[in-house]
Design a protein around this ligand. Structure first.
Ligand SMILES: [Zn+2]
Length: 658
């Protein structure tokens, strides 16, 4: 069967990456390498020889040695659906029902594979994975590893298989001493183990989970290893699908963070070696075992084009438009590229195969380029107004007065910071195009008549908008400064500035040297703030003609912000807002990062605000907790949510073997 030219090219690229990976000089992060490898291998026909390849040829430097036990690979599952499919296949093949077969589950340690060989009670070799058949014997270094017995109390040939690993805190130590030389913890452990000078070897630990003992189960192997003095990972003996999924979830949610070493999933094995044998091995992967990987927050896709956006400050920001791809359940079709220097340094172009990452609420970003695309040429004119650009070496800027995209974004920044409901980006653009608004203060002069002829705006939206506008006409000085969108001036910066310079007159007269004298400011950011404010002073003064700055009250709630959901017994929503502000707190109409408290009498209502607060880790308190805060009691009663599903009652015959 002939493979497509693209697939051939990808196999070749995979060989290059493989070689680099196994020689301790990976070109990509592990996650990206794994993703790319999986995506290529998945395309291959089932009998293709590339599927049988394990590891890579070893490099020079260390003596080569044949493995006693062949080091194969593992099948993988990366979500619950794939895990269940594997279990069901196993049950069908063995003709058993759920609960009939015992499994052993253990963390999949993010280290490098090692085979330790003992003869007459003495360690004789420590062989890396290499190509699966032949690896490098790094015995000199391995003798220094922690938890690697140099002698065992058994005069027979003993082969212990496991992982060389660095603990998380020691990785930090190594990074500090080597100026962040290593890409990640696994790479550091592997790199150190192969150092010819033996440096840092004392920080590597050996954790073993397989041995050539003549036993009938995986759990007996663990017992034997412990008796011989090896350190083994914690293992769980489980016999139902439900329990397997519960342990998987528990590790994914929390337990992985509690371990001293990094893991990238769990390994699930049928405990009985006889049953494992019955299932056989395909492509060097035993069918009776599977690696349960954690869902990746990265994916591989192709860049379709680079779109350039003009921000409120005039800065041009390139954005990658991608072939849509699913990351953890959401479809991603755009990713930030930061700036033009980033595009150049990463060699990103149209047609590039890239790895993108999506973490939490952060905009997805391109983290790695697997294959470069067409070289990208920087724009020579503003994509919005067509005017000339200024190049500061890293970024391109449009400083043209009246650049539509820049001004619309500036107005939108004001609208979003103040949370003026009913006013979307599309409406701002339409009103701009109809010459109704040119700057933020113009929106306060709008009348319902101005919306006539704007498509898609109903009476309800107009009502919502004017109500929201009315509610946001009064604001504190720090909110005002934040909403102006001065570069380098965040909510917390604005607070510090207001505290130091008291009022608007003081703020207007700020000198960079005065700002620099405040804690947490560098010269560069001080200058940026003063210059930024200078460039929008006109807009600010115009705004002050249509809005009011209110005095900040000091009180029990100073420094905290509050949002409410559902009804309260002692307050209407309006009264609640007043109570918060009277006592120096900040009232917020929506839940966003940075909110201190969500107040609700029904924490289990599952409302959108509740869910979002939980996701963001915002403290959820009830009305009584709020009243306690007002009474200046130290800590409010935090609603006790039901404990996250852990593995309580799940782990049967759990053996903590450390
Ligand atoms: Zn422009």
């Amino acid at each position: 069967m002939k493979l497509s030219a693209e697939l051939e090219k990808n196999i070749q690229r995979l060989d290059e990456l493989d070689s680099a990976y196994y020689n301790g000089e990976p070109q990509l992060t592990d996650a990206a390498y794994d993703l790319f490898k999986d995506s290529v291998l998945r395309e291959l026909p089932p009998n293709h020889p590339r599927l049988n390849k394990v590891g890579h040829e070893v490099s020079d430097g260390w003596k080569k040695r044949k493995h006693i036990i062949f080091m194969g690979s593992q099948n993988k599952a990366s979500d619950e659906k794939e895990i269940l499919k594997w279990i069901n296949d196993v049950y069908a093949e063995l003709g058993v029902r759920d609960g009939d077969v015992e499994f052993l589950m253990q963390p999949k340690i993010d280290g490098f594979s090692l085979e330790a060989v003992y003869e007459n009670g003495e360690i004789e070799a420590a062989v890396t994975r290499g190509n699966g058949l032949i690896g490098e014997d790094i015995l000199d270094n391995a003798r220094m590893f922690r938890q690697m017995p140099n002698r065992i109390n058994l005069n027979k040939l003993v082969v212990a298989r496991g992982e060389g690993v660095l603990y998380k805190d020691q990785f930090k130590e190594v990074q500090a001493e080597t100026n962040d030389h290593y890409k990640n913890i696994r790479n550091a452990a592997a790199g150190i183990s192969r150092r010819l000078d033996g440096g840092h070897s004392k920080l590597v630990r050996f954790i073993s989970y397989d041995v050539n003992a003549k036993v009938s189960t995986e759990s007996e192997k663990i017992n034997v290893l412990n008796k011989l003095g090896f350190t083994t990972p914690e293992v769980f003996k489980i016999s139902t699908k439900d329990d397997i999924l519960k342990v998987y979830q528990a590790f994914k949610d929390k337990k992985r963070d509690e371990l001293p070493y990094e893991i990238d999933g769990l390994v699930l094995k049928i405990d009985s070696l006889e049953l494992q044998e019955q299932l056989g091995i395909d492509h060097n992967r035993p069918n009776g075992q599977i690696a349960l990987k954690f869902e990746s927050d990265q994916a591989i896709t192709t860049g379709k084009k680079i779109k350039v956006q003009v921000g409120r400050t005039g800065k041009l920001t390139p954005l990658a438009i991608l072939d849509p791809v699913n990351i953890m359940g959401s479809i991603v079709s755009k990713a930030t590229l930061h700036n033009f220097a980033y595009i150049r340094s990463m060699m990103i172009g149209v047609g590039s195969q890239v790895t993108i990452e999506k973490k939490g609420d952060i905009i997805p970003q391109v983290v790695e380029v697997i294959t470069p695309g067409e070289p990208y040429e920087n724009p020579t004119a503003c994509p919005s107004c067509g005017g000339g650009l200024k190049d500061d070496g890293v970024n391109l800027w449009c400083f043209n007065e009246g650049c539509r995209e820049r001004e619309v974004n500036r107005i939108l920044y004001w609208v979003k910071t103040l949370d003026i409901k009913g006013f979307s980006g599309k409406f701002v653009e339409r009103l701009w195009d109809m010459d109704k608004i040119r700057c933020a203060s113009d929106i306060y002069r709008l009348t319902p008549d101005d919306f006539i002829g704007v498509d898609g705006i109903g009476e309800k939206t107009i009502k919502t908008f004017f109500k929201a506008l009315d509610e946001t006409k009064e604001m504190y000085l720090d909110t005002f400064i934040t909403a102006l969108g001065i570069p380098g001036c965040s909510t917390s910066t604005a607070k510090v500035l207001v505290e130091a310079f008291k009022d608007w007159d003081g703020i207007k007269k700020m000198e960079p040297s005065q700002i620099e004298a405040l804690p947490g400011f560098a010269e560069k950011s001080a200058i940026q703030i003063v210059e930024g404010l200078g460039s929008i002073l006109g807009m600010a003064e115009e705004l002050l003609e249509v809005i009011n700055i209110k005095e900040k009250k000091q009180g029990a709630l100073t420094g905290s912000s509050f949002c409410v959901t559902g009804s309260l017994a002692s307050y209407s929503r309006k009264d609640f807002k007043e109570a918060v502000e009277e006592n120096g707190g900040v009232f917020k109409s929506s839940v966003a990062a940075g909110l201190t408290y969500l107040v609700t009498n029904d924490p289990d209502s599952g409302s959108a605000k509740n869910r979002k607060a939980e996701k963001l880790g915002v403290k959820i308190i009830d009305e009584e907790g709020f009243l306690n805060l007002l009474g200046e009691k130290p800590e409010p009663k935090e609603e006790k949510k039901e404990e996250k599903k852990g593995n309580t009652g799940v782990v049967l015959e759990y053996e903590s073997l450390f």
